[in-house]
Design a protein around this ligand. Structure first.
Ligand SMILES: C[S@@+](CC[C@H](N)C(=O)[O-])C[C@H]1O[C@@H](n2cnc3c(N)ncnc32)[C@H](O)[C@@H]1O
Length: 321
């Protein structure tokens, strides 16, 4: 398909590269035009490509990060009223669409996780590359920061969180070190504090190529932003709002997310999710979509080479029946 947008290169203003851009636009069949909801507008890369794919396309762009919405709105200003920005959590999709007086849309996109604007911002506390208050909230207008969360949870809860969301085997050692610091009246407050503490607690492994605190930071970010909570419900809601033959595309960045996306789409495609020992189906699987990606689409080698952050991305899609 001939694409009207400029390939997978970075945006000239921000240097930001949208992941699996061409594949996503093809999966959404954006050249058909119509109203699309970009549930994670970020820096607006996917939205721009949707708007460029057809002069009939419109995008309602949602993000919970007001800073991202400001950047996306500036970038997408040349599209005029074809782009509208909404500050919300995408799990409020039904309310957002009702407020906009919209019942059905041609396509829905969710490019999950954190944006490079957030990761590369020295003050937001997402990365141990910069020393900053341990915040990590995507939506800075509400919710608990990572430092507050570590100040509130018990040692067992912290260990479980780091184990489950970070898949970090040495989570208990890290949790103990965090709570010992807290008990001494010196709670962990900054990214550098946490990165050093984890490094001291579990040491740097020669086998691991990643920083020892990488998994702990991922776990905290997922917890602070409740990233896995109600993801299945959001996908069902998105499908409910698609018009017949409308498309859903979801990009995930770690296996926990991808598993939820895969299972929810299977269920919405009518595949029963009950354990095999159940005598009859109680999961309520109904055929609402056809799955367009039997296996998830991964970035090609050249995309990973030019944008290493894309390496764990997985794109799944479905079409409403
Ligand atoms: C990977 S970035 C999106 C990048 C975008 N596709 C682009 O091309 O520029 C993910 C964005 O989703 C937002 N986000 C994550 N979870 C969200 C949620 N539950 N509701 C709304 N926005 C969310 C983040 O704030 C971030 O800006």
């Amino acid at each position: 398909m001939a694409m009207a947008f400029g390939g997978q290169g970075p945006d000239s203003h921000t240097g930001h590269r949208s992941v699996l851009l061409r594949e996503t636009i093809e999966l959404l069949a954006a050249e058909r035009g119509g109203l699309f909801v970009d549930c994670t507008v970020g820096l607006g890369g996917h939205s721009a490509a949707i708007l460029q794919a057809s002069s009939d396309a419109q995008v309602l762009g949602i993000d919970r990060d007001e800073e991202a919405l400001r950047a996306a709105s500036a970038r997408l200003a040349p599209f005029g009223s074809r782009f509208r920005a909404v500050h919300a959590d995408f799990r409020e999709l039904t309310r957002v669409l009702a407020t906009a007086n919209v019942s059905q849309v041609r396509g829905v996109l969710a490019d999950l996780g954190v944006s490079s604007l957030q990761l590369d911002s020295p003050s937001r506390g997402f990365s141990f590359r910069y020393d900053a208050p341990l915040d990590m909230r995507m939506d800075m207008s509400r919710g608990e920061t990572a430092a507050e969360l570590l100040g509130r949870l018990s040692e067992v809860q912290i260990a479980r969180l780091i184990f489950e969301y970070g898949e970090e085997r040495r989570s208990r050692r890290i949790a103990r070190a965090i709570v010992q610091r807290r008990d001494r009246g010196e709670p962990v407050k900054t990214t550098a504090d946490l990165a050093h503490l984890v490094e001291r607690a579990i040491g740097a492994s020669k086998k691991r190529r990643i920083h020892p605190a990488t998994r702990t930071f991922q776990a905290l970010r997922i917890a602070v932003n409740a990233e896995l909570e109600n993801l299945d419900r959001f996908i069902s809601d998105a499908v409910d709002h698609l018009e017949p033959e409308g498309r859903l595309a979801v990009i995930s960045f770690h296996s926990l997310e991808d598993r939820i996306v895969k299972r929810t789409l299977l269920k919405l495609s009518g595949r029963c999710q009950c354990p095999p020992r159940f005598p009859k189906c109680i999961c309520g699987a109904l055929k609402a979509v056809s799955i367009l990606t039997r296996r998830p689409i991964s970035p090609a080698d050249d995309e990973i080479e030019s944008n290493p952050r894309a390496r764990s991305a997985r794109l799944r899609g479905a079409q409403k029946i």
